[in-house]
Design a protein around this ligand. Structure first.
Ligand code: ARG
Length: 581
């Protein structure tokens, strides 16, 4: 049991003794360490419920509280209970951590399955920086949910069907450069798409030709189907390359087209069940009136008051839409994968779409816990949406190239002796790590400014700082004559810097599951920064190799635990640690 769980269970026992009934008391890490390591406002919350004096209740609870060797409790302010954990208890907990391959992470899975829908770029359009956020946040959440014991299914719901294929088909037949396509498909498909798009704007005949190609594809025309398939295949290959580099994997790639043959039946079912009705030739889902207007995704406020805001699931021309596919996708994920929860890591502008389909799915009887894990935008240094000089979306591959190149320069300066091939590998790990960490250390809803200098700084809130901290710890062990085995080492913790480091190490198992409460990897990212800072303060204040036993072994054990937690924690964010840099 972690220290936090131990405190919670002892607090629960004291509460039961005082109140004569079973109540849970939540304990949280203290916001201000001067007042203790952990705190609880349970007495205040319960006093309010029971109309009692909170301070008095807190006093009774503290009197009944038996913390044993764990530490002591005291009351602060109107009835907060503050816990001061004994250094020996921290020492024992760090020993426990070193003997635990999970490093103190709890098992919360309980057999639950979470489907995570992330990245999901659109075919024939390159991934742009907007997809960076989805890819990195989604991948980190998947790793973290797995690490705390959930069954996780990751699905790349690519946009491989839709109106853009009219233009691509026309372009494929008239403009494509086969050699360029073979060499690097995504940029060539993009070039063709942009070119046709521009021409169609000028020339209505081209626009009509594109539409005709799309209609043929939708009707199952053999040639167009073959071209479309090839296009999807090539794009997937290009994407796989990028994901490989990013170390991102998907269990499935069920794109929009996978659901094509289910859509007609779905619309029929919605009509038959009275969940949707025809309106001006289209089939629409309207409000069922169960929510007040201001919380109803099928109602909208315009100048003249509230009006209907239906979700269209079949257009008047018979075509299906994004909402139709997403409803079919929900059914599939629940029926085939037994999803208990489905998380959509998609930008904030799609909020209304998700509110609508979540509610429609519920009315349809598809039960799961749905979450739209939304995020804001990435801004350029001018604080406007990040674009290239020509005004296009910045492409993810270009971002990665530049990150790796710049990381290479930082490393060459830091460690010119590194052999070239190793230096190249380290640059890749550091550059990509830096981009990921810049994303993951931000609250997902903030619009953050993409700054190369800031994300690559060795002394800053960055991946390179954490990776370098890890390298420094590992280099301590290289100075030893024999391998250091931390198992069985009895930790002796006395110095304030040691206590603080131990306190943070023990907190790892508490912070990681907390990330999932509100899908916020930045909690883990910021914890790792705090841990690294605590390590450096400890290392400055306390000699390690030159210390006498038993302090020497104890401190080496603290070093070992710090390195393991840094490595593991960065791993959960999808970031690797190089051995040297
Ligand atoms: N392809 C979409 C886009 O790029 C994202 C898809 C998200 N997933 C979903 N099930 N709707 O905007």
């Amino acid at each position: 049991m972690s220290i936090l769980e131990e405190l919670e269970s002892r607090l629960a026992a004291a509460l039961q003794q005082v109140l004569g009934e079973e109540v849970d008391g939540r304990v949280l890490p203290a916001a201000d360490l001067r007042f203790g390591d952990y705190q609880s406002n349970a007495a205040m919350a319960l006093a309010k419920q029971q109309r009692r004096n909170p301070r008095q209740l807190a006093e009774e609870v503290v009197a009944a509280l038996d913390l044993g060797d764990l530490g002591r409790a005291e009351i602060a302010g109107p009835g907060f209970i503050n816990f001061h954990v004994a250094p020996a208890a921290f020492a024992a907990a760090v020993s426990g951590l070193l003997g635990d391959p999970r490093l103190g992470l709890p098992d919360r899975g309980d057999g639950r399955t979470i489907v995570i829908d992330f990245s999901a770029p659109n075919i024939a359009k390159p991934m742009h920086v907007g997809h960076i956020r989805s890819t990195f946040i989604g991948d980190a959440l998947a790793r973290i949910a797995r690490a705390v014991g959930y069954r996780v299914v990751t699905d790349n719901h690519i946009g491989d069907w839709g109106t853009q294929f009219g233009m691509i088909l026309h372009g494929w037949k008239t403009l494509v450069d086969e050699a360029a396509l073979e060499a690097d498909p995504i940029p060539e498909l993009l070039r063709v798409y942009r070119e046709v798009n521009a021409r169609a704007k000028e020339d209505p005949a081209i626009l009509a030709a594109c539409k005709a190609e799309l209609v043929k594809l939708q009707a199952g025309d053999a040639e167009n189907t073959r071209i479309w398939q090839r296009c999807v295949e090539l794009s997937k290959q290009g994407l796989e390359k990028i994901y490989g580099r990013l170390d991102v994997r998907f269990d499935h790639w069920l794109g929009e087209s996978f659901y094509n043959d289910r859509l007609a039946g779905l619309v029929g079912e919605f009509l038959a069940a009275g969940l949707a009705r025809e309106s001006e030739g289209a089939v629409c889902i309207f409000s069922d009136g169960s929510l007040p207007d201001d919380r109803d995704p099928f109602r909208i406020h315009r100048e003249d008051g509230w009006s209907d805001n239906p979700a269209i699931i079949r257009k008047a021309d018979g075509g299906f839409l994004y909402a139709t596919t997403d409803l079919a996708t929900i059914e599939y994920r629940i029926d085939e994968w037994s999803a208990d929860e489905i998380w959509y890591v998609v930008g904030a502008p799609q909020q209304l779409h998700f509110r609508q389909i979540f509610q429609a799915a519920e009315r349809w009887g598809k039960r799961a816990e749905f979450h739209h894990v939304a995020f804001g935008s990435i801004l350029g240094e001018d604080r406007k949406l990040m674009k290239t000089r020509s005004g296009d979306n910045v492409q993810l591959t270009d971002v990665l190239e530049e990150a790796v190149e710049r990381a290479g320069r930082v490393i060459a300066e830091k460690n010119p002796e590194l052999p070239a091939d190793e230096a190249a590998e380290v640059a890749e790990t550091v550059g990509i790590g830096a981009v990921k960490f810049a994303e993951l250390s931000q609250h997902r809803m903030t619009d953050y400014v993409f700054s190369w200098d800031r994300m690559l700084a060795l002394q800053g809130d960055t991946a390179p700082y954490l990776q370098y901290s890890h390298v420094r710890i590992r280099s301590i062990f290289r100075k030893l004559d024999a391998d250091f085995d931390p198992s069985g080492v009895e930790l002796v913790i006395g110095e304030a810097a040691e206590v603080h480091l131990a306190r943070l190490l023990v907190r790892y198992g508490e912070v990681v599951p907390q990330v999932l409460d509100d899908h916020r990897p930045n909690l883990l990212a910021n914890y790792l920064l705090e841990l690294a800072r605590a390590f450096h303060s400890f290392f400055e204040a306390c000699p390690v190799l030159k210390a006498e036993e038993p302090a020497r072994s104890s401190r080496l054990a603290l070093c070992e635990a710090s390195a393991r937690v840094l490595d593991h924690g960065l791993g959960l964010l999808g970031i690797r640690c190089p051995e040297r840099m």
